[in-house]
Design a protein around this ligand. Structure first.
Ligand code: M3P
Ligand code: FE
Length: 309
């Protein structure tokens, strides 16, 4: 197996202010498939083409934002090894017992320098879905219900000390840096995009004073046409759109940023480039920061740097 260790983003637990409003949005408008509810009142979803029991978990709380993001690793042996490596690096870890999240094995959780809670897990129940097994069709009716993204793809997180975060992800967790945006001094990073796969990014960070903030969770769509259809649905459902449809210079993704009813930003995107560990890190300079983020407008909108949950 060429891909070992950390494989991909597996889940994100999002705080919502009103569960009834949130389940209407995530279930009917975004079109995720509800897979369970637990004794804490958390609601679990997967996207139609995902193989595991859950990827988005909602928790009702007084403030919006993200509780934690989890990455799938290839085996229990990798989970043990990465746990030891994170500890040896000087970051304490805790084990969360199997079953704390529905249908999910033990998780190793740690706080990264930006203040976010990151988890690793090796086991989660696989569902039998129309897309699994022998001779699967290319899509099924769930692929046309609501916005209907293919998968939870990545998150962009805001917090301090992103160079320390980069060191941890690259030198301990095995990610590579696909792209970066520099500040005016040409040396300090405003943003870093990192992948554990050949995707444009699996996680990204923007430098920000306040720790543990969420800029967006992102959902992968099949095509630019599906991104435009998502925009139509957002308007039909009076969803607040932050930006787009447009294109990012960084990653080349065609995209929309919009807000869930609690004010958490989410992205529906398609058409990114790929990245491999032997590629050079693409760098965007401060004079082109607007183009890096919004390729057509060529300037940042005020919400981009200011509105996070
Ligand atoms: C994305 C993406 C920035 C670009 C963000 C890009 C922060 O969200 O998914 O490609 O410049
Ligand atoms: Fe994104």
């Amino acid at each position: 197996m060429a891909m070992t260790g950390v494989l991909r983003p597996g889940h994100a637990c999002i705080r919502v202010l009103d569960m009834k409003e949130a389940t209407h949005f995530y279930g009917e408008v975004l079109g995720l498939i509800e897979t369970g509810r637990d004794s804490f009142g958390r609601v679990y979803y997967r996207a139609w083409d995902e193989i595991e029991h859950n990827s988005i978990i909602l928790r009702e709380a007084d403030s919006a934002g993200m509780d934690f993001m989890g990455f799938k690793v290839d085996s229990e042996a990798s989970l043990d090894r990465l746990e030891a490596d994170v500890r040896a690096y000087g970051i304490p870890t805790e084990r969360i017992p199997a079953g704390d999240l529905l249908q999910t094995g033990e998780r190793v959780r740690f706080q990264i320098p930006s203040g976010h809670q990151i988890e690793l897990y090796a086991e989660k129940a696989r569902l039998s879905t129309p897309q699994s097994g022998n001779n699967p069709p290319p899509w099924n009716p769930e692929a046309e219900r609501g916005i209907a993204p293919i998968r939870f793809d990545h998150a962009l997180l805001y917090g301090p000390d992103i160079e320390k975060v980069q060191d941890l992800f690259v030198n301990v967790l095995g990610f590579h840096t696909s792209e970066q945006i520099m500040l005016e001094d040409g040396k300090t990073q405003l943003a870093i995009f990192m992948a554990c796969s050949s995707k444009a990014h699996d996680i990204a960070f923007v430098r920000h004073e306040e720790p543990a903030k969420l800029h967006h969770v992102s959902f992968y769509m099949e095509s630019w046409e599906k991104v435009l259809r998502a925009a139509d649905l957002m308007s039909m459902h009076k969803i607040s759109i932050d930006m787009g449809p447009t294109r990012h210079g960084v990653t080349r993704g065609t995209t929309i940023y919009a807000f869930d009813p609690s004010g958490n930003r989410f992205e529906t995107f398609a058409g990114v480039q790929s990245s491999y560990p032997d590629h050079e890190t693409l760098t965007w300079t401060w004079d082109e920061v607007g183009t890096a983020v919004y390729y057509h407008d060529r300037q940042l909108n005020p919400a981009f740097l200011g509105v996070v949950t």
